[in-house]
Write a protein that binds this ligand. Structure first.
Ligand SMILES: [Zn+2]
Length: 59
């Protein structure tokens, strides 16, 4: 858990559950497109946009 987020330098994270290995993973939002393109980091199964959970932004 990142409890100390510097304003202006916050890093949004996204969560997704792999439909193949069923692992729930967290990654930086910036890497989301890469995961969709290359698949699950663990098992390389294709990750669709629907696997991602809605963004949570911490104020
Ligand atoms: Zn997987």
């Amino acid at each position: 858990m990142n409890e100390e987020l510097i304003e202006g330098n916050t890093m949004s994270t996204v969560h997704f559950t792999c439909p193949e290995c069923e692992q729930r993973l967290t990654l930086e939002e910036a890497r989301r497109a890469a995961v969709v393109a290359t698949g699950c980091p663990l098992c390389t199964a294709p990750i669709g946009a629907t696997a991602f959970e809605p963004l949570e932004r911490v104020q």
